[in-house]
Design a protein around this ligand. Structure first.
Ligand code: IPD
Ligand code: CA
Ligand code: CA
Length: 269
């Protein structure tokens, strides 16, 4: 295993203790609203601090992009390496005791994700991937499903909940896909949705307006598991635009075609 992935796992285990401990005392949780429908708890912050402490100790030079504390450089001259961290993906679920949330940690080199982890702390399901080395769920190698046809597919998504600028394009896609697929799910933690494609539980996914920390870890899981992920134009800029289409190769292609027909001039790729 790549040494950086070992450090990521150590950091995630440390954070998982904080997340799991507080999950049984949700009544005492201090919740702050960042923006409309955007919540942060002391658990998000403590988990992120624990992750950063472990990563910084092992790799003091690497830069960091983390949801709660933002972007920071490492020690010394600027590094081409950057950790991309979502300490608790699915905070709204977590606050409600709805059991679907995860830690997501990725390591990018010059903007390309090399190492990835998505960890469902509640079920103890740890998804990991190294570029060129395959994707794993705990110790087991995982692959995307063999789904070929939209009519057989189970598709994950995330509803717009903060910005409603592109809600009509979103609802157009939802309406069409409701009729053309076997089912649509909105579980509420984008990193896990992507991990579920990697292990074949979902056959595709789309969401608009995500942040890089929601996507980075899951994106490598998908490509290492034989799936495809892109922005709305089929290109690689999804970490920048936050708009994502993903799936098994065949389902991805069909989703991309549908997404394209709902693109408007102000909806970025
Ligand atoms: C959110 C979750 C959710 C997605 C949102 C994200 P957070 O992350 O991934 O599934 O629909 O767009 O912001 O805020 O819980 O870390
Ligand atoms: Ca998130
Ligand atoms: Ca988060």
């Amino acid at each position: 295993m790549h040494p950086a992935l070992n450090v990521i796992i150590k950091a995630a285990r440390r954070a998982s203790q904080i997340i799991n401990r507080s999950s049984s005392e949700l009544d005492h949780l201090k919740i702050t609203t960042k923006r409309q429908s955007d919540f942060v708890t002391e658990v998000d912050k403590a988990a992120e601090a624990a992750i950063i402490e472990v990563l910084r100790e092992a790799y003091p030079d690497y830069g960091i992009l983390a949801e709660e504390s933002g972007e920071s450089a490492g020690q010394g001259a600027g590094s081409d390496y950057q950790w991309i961290i979502d300490p608790l993906d699915g905070t709204t679920n977590y606050i409600h005791g709805f059991p679907q949330y995860a830690i997501s940690i990725a390591l990018a080199y010059k903007g390309q994700v090399q190492q990835a982890l998505v960890y469902d702390t509640l079920r103890n399901e740890m998804f990991t991937a190294s570029k060129g080395g395959g994707a794993f769920l705990n110790e087991r190698r995982i692959r995307v499903s063999k789904c070929l046809k939209l009519e057989d597919s189970l598709i994950g998504t995330g509803f717009p909940y903060r910005s409603f600028e592109h809600v009509n394009a979103y609802l157009g896609m939802l309406k069409e896909l409701m009729q053309k697929t076997a089912g649509i799910r909105r579980p509420g933690a984008a990193s896990l949705d992507l991990a579920y494609i990697a292990c074949g539980r979902l056959d595709g996914f789309w969401e608009f307006g995500l942040s890089p920390w929601d996507i980075a870890g899951g994106a490598l899981l998908i490509s290492e598991a034989g799936g495809l992920i892109s922005d709305l134009a089929g290109n690689e800029s999804y970490l920048e635009t936050g708009n994502v289409i993903a799936g098994t190769p065949k389902i991805f292609a069909q989703l991309l075609q549908i997404a394209d027909s709902y693109r408007t001039s102000n909806l970025k790729a």
